[in-house]
Design a protein around this ligand. Sequence first.
Ligand code: ZN
Length: 257
Amino acid sequence: MKRFLSVLPNDVKRPLRNARDFVIRVKNLMLYQGKNHFCPVCQKSLRAFAPYGRSRRKGALCIYCGSLERHRLLWLYLTQKTDLFDGRPKDVLHIAPEPCFKPIFHQKLGSGYITADLNDDHVMVKMDITNIQYPDASFDVILCSHVLEHVPDDRKAMREFWRVLKPTGWAILLVPIMAEVTFEDPSIVDPQARFIAFGQEDHVRVYGRDFPDRLRGAGFTVQTTTVTDLVPDPEAAVQMGLTKDSGEIYFCTKLPG
Ligand SMILES: [Zn+2]
């Protein structure tokens, strides 16, 4: 269907796409409407989270807001453990903003909220995170999830985040942790070879459990929070589609550890 649509002119493509999206929405509603699970991001109940990704990972996607496990975990952390939504004005830098968060953050954070990305046009600022165009100590909060695994010089990006963070600010810098020890090889540049080595055509490394050490190397103090720390009740975790494999939160500050 995707290939079929791509060869059509735009004025034919658009209504067909809208019709296709409508059919998918109705199908999803019929399949996933229910009460067994709950998405904390959009506050909606559903029968199940939908499969997602190449491997069709089960119990992943909220059909209402598009949140995945890592988004729901981050949302719980932001709302329960941080001052992000306490109503006080903040300068917030959000890299590669997730569609499930963007409208909520815009509404709750107001004019201090800046979205940025290197390639996506639907953000406020075009930004190379290894060369950030803001002065030192510009932001109270920096959010950057699942971006650094695409960045060749990730240590420079981390140092840039440290530089533009205010002394009292905090950052949440997340990556997929897929190994015990980080593996990278800058000589692997072919997309297919990257897929084999790093699991995705546009990834430049596989991060391991030593990722927080790399953040510390950039000057951050890092506090790690697991799913169990955040949601101790296993039933509540299952209800929100979270497992121990849903990731961890790395909360970074410039304060001494
Ligand atoms: Zn949702």
